[in-house]
Design a protein around this ligand. Structure first.
Ligand code: GRF
Length: 272
């Protein structure tokens, strides 16, 4: 890679095993990722990914959402008057609770935990926040606190070929539906669930007789490649966002090697 490029600073949010995190750490150390992982935040104190961060000497933090159970709509923006919960609720598409009062309560708790994460992240000045097996939805408060001048700053890796199978069970849903191909998607995070602008997708075949674990293993290998490549594209300035007046944005990759890279993912998907 071109040594002149700006190395990105990444904060990685995890909830569990952290194999995506490990792949990013390994590639960063090997000089294959044009980024440094400057901090890891987990929503679970027992996430194994925290150990991986510790072993790599990366600062790590835990934000336990359960500690924010007492946050209420009345208190949430007391010291933050630029925001109000009603506006936030109007723009969010993640909480489906029909009863307004209950929904605002959930939103307050979410924002309270997110405030803590943002407070931590501020110390590290990340260029991008990478969700990697982070099993929480993020609110518009979190998104707009990080996005600058309309630019997208939060990435997610999703284990299905979006817009098919959003949600927490990408591999399970792909398998249960009887799909012949599975896929993974890296996208920017927006106000909905797994609905933000897609940066890249990789696919893998599902063979007769495969079980869920086999396809998960095959898919994860592709996840690691696609996620790292998207970060390198961002570092190289190869991703151009085109936004329409209605706010919907599309991402275009301007890498002359694009076809070659996609072919290498397909080759990997077919390798044993
Ligand atoms: C991955 O499949 C990721 O796409 C999904 O959760 C899984 C987490 O894996 N969101 P790991 O924690 O990176 O091993």
């Amino acid at each position: 890679m071109d040594g002149q490029l700006k190395k990105l600073r990444l904060a990685v949010l995890i909830s569990g095993g952290g194999t995506n995190l490990q792949s990013l750490i390994d590639r960063s150390l090997a000089g294959e990722l044009h980024a440094d992982i400057v901090a890891v935040v987990s929503d679970r104190p027992d996430a194994y990914g925290l150990k991986r961060a510790e072993q790599a000497g990366i600062p790590r933090h835990v934000v336990d959402y359960r500690q924010h159970r007492d946050a209420s709509p009345e208190t949430i923006f007391k010291e933050d008057p630029g925001w109000d919960l009603e506006t936030l609720d109007a723009s969010q598409r993640i909480l489906k609770e029909p009863e307004r009062r209950k929904r605002l309560l959930s939103l307050s708790r979410l924002v309270a935990a997110e405030k803590q994460i943002l407070h931590i992240l501020r110390e590290y000045h990340p260029d991008y926040v990478c969700l990697a097996g982070y099993m929480r939805l993020v609110s518009p408060y979190f998104i707009h606190s990080l996005n600058r001048e309309g630019s997208h700053r939060i990435l997610n890796i999703h284990p299905a070929l979006l817009p098919a199978f959003p949600g927490r069970h990408g591999y399970e849903d792909t398998f249960a539906y009887g799909c012949r191909w599975g896929g993974v998607t890296v996208h920017f995070v927006d106000e909905g669930e797994d609905s933000g602008p897609i940066l890249a997708q990789g696919v893998y075949p599902i063979w007769p007789g495969d079980d869920l674990e086999k396809i998960r293993r095959r898919g994860l290998r592709i996840e690691y490649e696609v996620y790292a490549q998207c970060i390198n594209w961002l570092a190289a300035g190869f991703i151009q966002m085109v936004c329409e007046e209605n706010g919907r944005c599309l991402a275009f990759i301007r890498d002359p090697e694009y076809a070659k890279i996609l072919k290498s993912w397909v080759k990997l998907a077919f390798s044993p």
